[in-house]
Design a protein around this ligand. Structure first.
Ligand SMILES: [Mg+2]
Length: 395
C-alpha cells in the first residue's frame, strides 16, 4: 500500500464564542468570552477573535481576561447547544467519508484518500465542507490538508480564521522548517527546553540533524521527533467505531482536593462519555478513572461491570467509587479523566422499551432532545451535590 494519503483536518473557528455571537446579534463585533465567572475561579473556555486581540485565550482565568479587557462580555457556556451542533457537524463530515476521527467537540480528521473519485480533490472537499458549514450553521470552519494528520492539523492552524491551507507533499519540509519545536507532537515544555539546550529552536534545525544524533541525546523519543520534523507521521485516522475506548478528560485551572468539585467534574465527564457511547451505539464493560496529581504523577483505576453500559449515571457511580477508594492524603489533583473500554455494539436503541423509565430511557430521552433542539432546558439534577454511594461523609 503506497498510495499517498490525503488527510483533512477541520476545526471550527472560536466555536463556542462564534455560536453565541451567531445567536445574539448584539454580541457581534464585540469581545466575547464563553466561560466561568470572572468573580470566582472561572476560566475562559473560548474567546472570540475580538477578545483574542487583547491577548485573551482559552484556559486563562476569567478574572485575568477581564483585567486585560474590562469591556469583555462573559457568557455562561451552553454545552448542550454546542454538543448538539457538534453531532450535526460530524454527520456532515461523514457524508464525505466514513473515515472521520473526532478529536474534540469542534475538530476532526478525515481520511479522504478513498473519496477522491467520488468527490474530486481533497481541496474541493475541503472547500465544500467549509461552504456547507457556513450555509447550514452560519459558522466558519478552517481546513488544513496534508499527506498525514500531523501536517493537516498544523495547516488548519495556519489557515485560521475562516481559511483553507493545503500543504502538498513536496512542500512539507519547507512548511515545517520555520515553525518552533513546540509545534511537534509530544514536545511539551520539558522536551522543548532540552531541544533548545541542544541548539534546536526551529523544526528546520532538527531536519538538518541526523536521526541517530537525536536518539543519542533523547532516547527513543528522538526517533519520533526526527520523523515528525521531516513531516513523517503514519498514524491512522481512527473512527469511533474502531475505537477501543471512549474517553474524556479535563485539566483544572488550579490543582484541587475539593471532593465536591471533583465529583461535579466526574458527572460532566460521565455525561460526555455516555453521550459519545450512545451516539455510536456502543456499550463498554470496563470503566477507568484517571487522576493526575499536582506533581504530574498519574494513576489509573479500573472496574469491570457485571454488564456493558453506556449510562451516564452508571459511569458516574463507578468512577465516584473508584475515586473514593484512592488515598488522596491531601494531595491535589490537576486532571481527571474517564474512559470506558471493552466496547461492543449492543448500544443500539431498543425499538420497544419495557414499561417504566430506567436510566437508559432517561439518557435516550435527554440525547434525543439535545440532538433535535439543542436546548438548555433539559438538564439532569446536579447529582454531584448528592452523595453518590451512600457512604461516609468525606473527611
Ligand atoms: Mg476550534
Amino acid at each position: 500500500m503506497c498510495r499517498k494519503r490525503q488527510i483533512i483536518h477541520m476545526d471550527m473557528d472560536a466555536f463556542f464564542a462564534a455560536v453565541e455571537q451567531r445567536d445574539d446579534p448584539s454580541l457581534r463585533g464585540r469581545p466575547v468570552v464563553v466561560g466561568g465567572s470572572p468573580d470566582g475561579r472561572g476560566v475562559v473556555a473560548a474567546a472570540s477573535y475580538e477578545a483574542r486581540r487583547y491577548g485573551i485565550h482559552s484556559a486563562m482565568p476569567s478574572a485575568e481576561a477581564r483585567r486585560r479587557c474590562p469591556d469583555v462580555v462573559f457568557i455562561t457556556p451552553n454545552h448542550e447547544k454546542y454538543r448538539s451542533l457538534s453531532v450535526q457537524i460530524m454527520a456532515l463530515l461523514e457524508e464525505y467519508t466514513p473515515q472521520v476521527e473526532q478529536l474534540s467537540i469542534d475538530e476532526a480528521f478525515l481520511d479522504v484518500t478513498g473519496s477522491l473519485r467520488l468527490h474530486g480533490s481533497a481541496h474541493r472537499i475541503g472547500e465544500q465542507i467549509r461552504r456547507r458549514i457556513s450555509d447550514t450553521f452560519n459558522l466558519t470552519a478552517s481546513v488544513g490538508i496534508g499527506p498525514n494528520k500531523f501536517v493537516a492539523k498544523l495547516a488548519s492552524e495556519q489557515a485560521k480564521p475562516d481559511g483553507l491551507l493545503e500543504v502538498l507533499p513536496e512542500k512539507v519540509l519547507g512548511f515545517l522548517a520555520p515553525l518552533s519545536v513546540e509545534a511537534l507532537w509530544g514536545v511539551g515544555e520539558s522536551t522543548a527546553r532540552k531541544l533548545r539546550r541542544l541548539g534546536f529552536s526551529t523544526i528546520g534545525q532538527i531536519q538538518k540533524c541526523p536521526a541517530s544524533e537525536l536518539v543519542a541525546q533523547l532516547g527513543t523519543h528522538g526517533q519520533t521527533i526526527a520523523k515528525l520534523a521531516r513531516g513523517q507521521d503514519d498514524s491512522v485516522v481512527r473512527t469511533d467505531r474502531e475505537r477501543k475506548s471512549v474517553s474524556h478528560e479535563q485539566t483544572f485551572p488550579e490543582d484541587t482536593a475539593d471532593a465536591r468539585f471533583l465529583r461535579t467534574r466526574l458527572l460532566e465527564l460521565s455525561e460526555q462519555v455516555g453521550h459519545r457511547l450512545r451516539t455510536h451505539q456502543l456499550k463498554g464493560e470496563t470503566v477507568t478513572l484517571k487522576l493526575r496529581f499536582s506533581d504530574f504523577r498519574t494513576l489509573t483505576r479500573s472496574t469491570t461491570l457485571p454488564q456493558p453500559t453506556n449510562s451516564d449515571q452508571q459511569i458516574y457511580r463507578s468512577t465516584c467509587a473508584l475515586l473514593e477508594a484512592v488515598r488522596l492524603a491531601n494531595r491535589k489533583i490537576r486532571l481527571l479523566g474517564i474512559a470506558v473500554s471493552n466496547l461492543d455494539r449492543s448500544g443500539q436503541p431498543q425499538l420497544l422499551s419495557i414499561a417504566g423509565s430506567d436510566e437508559s430511557d432517561v439518557d435516550r430521552a435527554l440525547d434525543a432532545v439535545r440532538e433535535r433542539f439543542g436546548i438548555d432546558s433539559v438538564r439532569r439534577a446536579r447529582l454531584a451535590d448528592e452523595d453518590p454511594t451512600d457512604s461516609q461523609p468525606e473527611d
